[in-house]
Design a protein around this ligand. Structure first.
Ligand SMILES: C[S@@+](CC[C@H](N)C(=O)[O-])C[C@H]1O[C@@H](n2cnc3c(N)ncnc32)[C@H](O)[C@@H]1O
Length: 260
């Protein structure tokens, strides 16, 4: 789940490169399968002419799939990673969607736009804002009246160990997470709780994919370190958080449009 910083030959390894390899088979950088993403976007984009913003867009996969839902949809993505934005740029061009996509390289918490958005996405990027509720507060600043937020973040399926909390952050259980969101004036109108299959598939795609790259590139100077990273992350997943970590995606609307 986490992409850590690793070093070889005394120089920091480009963690974006590691992330790119690890997500090669899972362009959505969160534990949701294609059908779950499709269903959430279908609920969140009912009209087909929405303006969509993604705070922490990564390689832009959510936005590209949103743009695919209709030719009148327009999208903007914000991310701090130049590598991820370059990937989004390339993929949008390849898929014929580039003209309807604007990319911003900056801290999502500082992002300001002249016009509001009908849908604000932020999946797996709550750390950029300091947690789920600050993420929603940031998203709300960009939301057009009647708009929706699609947010995805962790929760504890079972009580975590202290090590798991240290590794992934402190969440509540599912009910506590949803209650906290409702208490901030949001109503969930749709959602998805990642299945065991989706959670495991994501971890295998990341750490299995990274290991496979290392084995396929034995001649590469980075191979040994990449394999070590894959081993470490797989071990952390299996030993530390697989039994406790869950992931929930929520489509939210303001309960009262006028509520501050
Ligand atoms: C786990 S990835 C999720 C990407 C995307 N939402 C997805 O689901 O495919 C988290 C992303 O948040 C970005 N990020 C981290 N801190 C950020 C910040 N302060 N502002 C904008 N993006 C940030 C990272 O660069 C990364 O692309």
């Amino acid at each position: 789940m986490r992409i850590g910083r690793i070093c070889w030959k005394g120089a920091p390894v480009n963690r974006e490169e590691i992330s790119r390899i690890a997500h090669a088979d899972h362009p959505i950088k969160a534990p949701l399968d294609d059908e779950s993403v499709r269903q959430l976007l279908a609920k969140a984009l009912p009209r087909g002419d929405e303006r969509v913003l993604d705070l922490g867009c990564g390689g832009g996969e959510w936005l590209l799939r949103a743009l695919d839902t209709g030719p009148q949809v327009h999208a903007e993505g914000v991310d701090v990673s130049p590598e991820a934005l370059a990937q989004a740029d390339e993929a949008a061009t390849r898929r014929g969607l580039r003209e309807r996509l604007v990319l911003h390289r900056q801290d999502a918490a500082q992002f300001a736009a002249p016009q509001p958005f009908d849908l604000v996405l932020s999946v797996g990027a709550a750390h950029a804002f300091g947690g789920l509720l600050p993420t929603l507060a940031a998203a709300r600043k960009h939301l057009a009246p009647g708009g929706s937020v699609l947010v995805g973040d962790g929760f504890w399926e079972r009580p975590p160990t202290a090590e798991a909390v240290e590794m992934l952050g402190d969440f509540g259980d599912l009910a506590a997470v949803v209650d906290s969101v409702v208490a901030e004036g949001w109503t969930p109108v749709n959602g998805h709780i990642s299945t065991r299959r989706e959670l495991d598939a994501y971890e295998w795609a990341c750490w299995g994919g990274l290991a496979a790259w290392a084995l396929d590139h034995r001649g590469d100077a980075r191979s040994g370190e990449v394999l070590e990273t894959a081993d470490t992350r797989r071990t952390e997943w299996l030993h530390t958080y697989r039994d406790s970590f869950g992931f929930v995606s929520l489509v939210l609307r303001r309960t009262r449009e006028d509520r501050a």
